[in-house]
Design a protein around this ligand. Structure first.
Ligand code: GDP
Ligand code: MG
Length: 176
């Protein structure tokens, strides 16, 4: 990756996690400041390239969203190939999606050829009254597995920019 001077940084980052946890909405909130209350399952693999300023330098984040293939083993190795960052998303109102994080982490580690900066993301924190996963549970799991951690809301935009920005910054720092 060189010293970065006069070079472009392009980091591939994948979003993974169970269906309907809010991956596509986190991406649309971050990239376009949009939220879709009735989003349909994403068709086909999609990615968006988003430009960020890190330490005064332009960095491109290529953000990959799964294609509604969130059953285990359905996400192909091409999806993970070359990724240097990942967000593993669960829904704080559905315990099962948190329990499945371990399997997503296994898949990620199995497919990734490069060292990944990984953030655990507990989404839908605006739905606090329906919460099934405590913040402390997310924190403890992330700490045990060496992951970054944030709770977010794609609906009210809480921590969405911060989540992507922190992941990109951590990747950037590991290359400089
Ligand atoms: P994906 O399958 O992981 O890509 O999930 P989607 O982004 O398609 O979201 C699934 C459903 O959850 C949709 O109805 C969204 O409107 C809703 N959703 C996503 N993020 C949030 C959030 O932060 N808060 C709330 N209340 N709903 C959300
Ligand atoms: Mg989706």
């Amino acid at each position: 990756m060189g010293d970065g001077r006069g070079e472009e940084y392009l980091f591939k980052i994948v979003l993974i996690g169970d269906s309907a946890v809010g991956k596509s909405n986190l991406l649309s909130r971050f990239a376009r400041n949009e939220f879709h209350a009735n989003s349909k399952a994403t068709i086909g693999v999609e990615f968006q390239t988003q430009s960020l300023k890190i330490d005064g330098r332009e960095v491109q984040a290529q953000l990959w969203d799964t294609a509604g293939q969130e059953r285990f083993r359905a996400v192909t190795s091409a999806y993970y190939r070359g990724a240097v960052g990942a967000l593993i998303v669960y829904d704080i109102t559905r315990k099962l999606t948190f329990d499945n994080v371990a399997r997503w982490l296994d898949e990620l580690r199995m497919h990734s050829d490069t060292i990944l900066v990984t953030m655990l993301v507990g989404n839908k924190r605006d739905l606090g009254e329906l919460r099934e996963v405590l913040v402390e549970e997310g924190t403890a799991y992330a700490e045990a597995e060496g992951l970054m951690f944030l709770e977010t809301s794609a609906l009210d935009a809480t921590n969405v920019n911060t989540a992507f920005h922190n992941v990109v910054k951590e990747i950037y720092n590991s290359y400089t």
